[in-house]
Design a protein around this ligand. Structure first.
Ligand code: AMP
Length: 447
């Protein structure tokens, strides 16, 4: 259904921009022939996953995604912030070949065509996310998972009202939140605007871009929304057509929600929830000003993309948007509770964190540290503000002749910047619990 729609819009919408980022643009009329050209080449070359490293400022990346869907080969967007050694490791783990921009562009202009494949259960994309083992976890999402998510999300009244308009996305391609803005935009024949890394670091440029895009839908993490709200001109004068904000990926603090609703009185704010393993988001609920006196709900029971239940307080997802790897049922590790038919998030069962909107596992950073020759043991803990948001990472390290700068530098060769602890504490010995495990409670007191 998704590819057929893209094909039809490409034939009908001609000069209308389909994908925009920075100075780059692909028009609807160009999208299908470009994707066909590359898909034909990709299909000739193999069947395995196709990895792409592209920042959101480059529109060839989403065109290549469509080409991969057409070719029937999974695409794998890698985090452009990962240093080369980290990227190499993931490419190997996934058994993927890397597609670069030049090769993709040769494919776009090949003039070849590629028939639509007919296996709806084929893998659409793969994404590396954090895993509790400390090793990056590869999640495969099928085309039918993706289409199921799109059917559910596009039927939400707040989304249906903005389909076909301009959607702005803030997340990197390697973060599955971008699935929402990109594909809802393509599904509705709209225009997708990806914010570039440079725009995200330069406030005047960011707000100029938002204003010029004339957006009706903004898809963002609460961290990004809070950042936008620090700018007084982030309001309806500059963004008169904004109708829906889809917030997802981490806790939406009530104070931020209230500020957003006060700033944009006519805007619908959806608090959406879901893990990569169940395709972007599985439930969402419109937030009203009255709800902002306490924790905000993440969904309405019975109205999600999947069946949502609680087992010993853990949120369990069962249904068509759960990645095939989990056999249709996924235990999220998130704790939840239901009140008046609304679902609330109540923390994690494990140590997984959200920091600056990124999902990460302390065990990954600890493992990288413990692989360094000088390090005996390491523990990484979050520092939180009063609202519980992670504001930094602290590494406790035991070893001989340690120098924090060198440790940070060594980690920087393997991990993206947001996983490098900003604070270091060198200890003669990490405190242990009676059964010999690292005593995180004691470490928390030392933060
Ligand atoms: P990711 O796979 O990166 O999308 O991260 C999924 C995790 O983010 C979930 O398992 C939750 O722990 C957290 N999360 C996502 N959305 C929300 C939300 N609206 N409120 C609280 N936590 C969320």
């Amino acid at each position: 259904m998704l590819l057929e729609r893209i094909k039809a819009y490409s034939a009908a919408l001609g000069d209308r921009p389909a994908l925009m980022a920075g100075e780059e643009m692909v028009r609807w009329g160009e999208l299908w022939p470009m994707a066909q050209g590359l898909a034909a080449k990709l299909r000739e070359q193999g069947t395995g996953p196709v990895a792409l490293i592209g920042d959101p400022g480059q529109v060839w990346v989403p065109v290549a995604f469509v080409a991969c869907l057409l070719a029937g080969r999974p695409y794998l967007p890698l985090d452009p912030l990962l240093p080369p050694a980290g990227q190499g490791e993931l490419l190997e783990q996934a058994g993927a070949v890397l597609l670069d921009r030049r090769t993709a562009e040769e494919g776009f202009s090949s003039g070849l065509s590629c028939p639509l494949p007919d296996d709806p259960h084929r893998i659409a994309y793969e994404i590396f996310t954090s895993g509790s083992t400390g090793r990056p976890k590869l999640v495969e999402v099928s085309l039918s998972n993706l289409e199921h998510f799109l059917r559910w999300a596009s039927a939400l009244p707040e989304i249906a009202a903005v389909l076909g308009g301009t959607a702005v996305g803030q997340a990197a391609w390697s973060f599955d939140l971008s699935v929402a803005d990109l594909y809802l935009s393509l599904l509705g024949g709209g225009t997708h605007v990806a914010l570039t890394p440079a725009e995200k670091e330069d406030f005047p440029a960011l707000f100029r871009r938002l204003e010029e895009s004339d957006l009706s839908l903004l898809v963002a993490t609460p961290s990004f929304l809070r950042l936008c709200l620090t700018e007084p001109s982030f309001g309806p004068d500059r963004l008169p057509r904004l109708r829906t904000v889809f917030s997802c990926g981490e806790v939406l603090p009530p104070a931020a929600a209230r500020r957003l609703l006060d700033r944009f009185p006519g805007v619908a704010l959806l608090n959406a929830y879901g893990p990569t393993e169940a395709t972007c988001a599985v439930c969402a609920v419109p937030i009203s000003r009255e709800m902002c006196g306490g924790p905000l709900p993440i969904g309405t029971i019975g109205e999600g993309a999947v069946d949502i239940s609680l087992e010993e307080g853990e949120i369990i997802l069962t249904g068509a948007s759960v990645s095939p790897r989990f056999g249709g049922k996924y235990s999220t590790g998130d704790l939840g509770y239901v009140e008046n038919g609304l679902l609330y998030w109540a923390g994690r069962r494990d140590l997984q964190l959200k920091y600056k909107g990124y999902r990460l596992e302390p065990a990954r950073i600890e493992g990288a540290l413990e692989a360094l020759p000088q390090v005996e043991r390491a523990a990484v803990l979050p520092r939180r503000d009063r609202a519980g948001q992670v504001k930094g990472l602290t590494a406790f390290v035991e070893g001989a002749g340690l120098e924090p700068e060198k440790l940070a530098q060594a980690l920087g060769d393997l991990l993206p910047p947001y996983q490098i602890p900003g604070q270091w504490k060198l200890l003669d010995r990490l405190p242990l619990t009676p059964n010999g495990k690292c005593d995180r409670k004691r470490l928390e007191e030392m933060l």
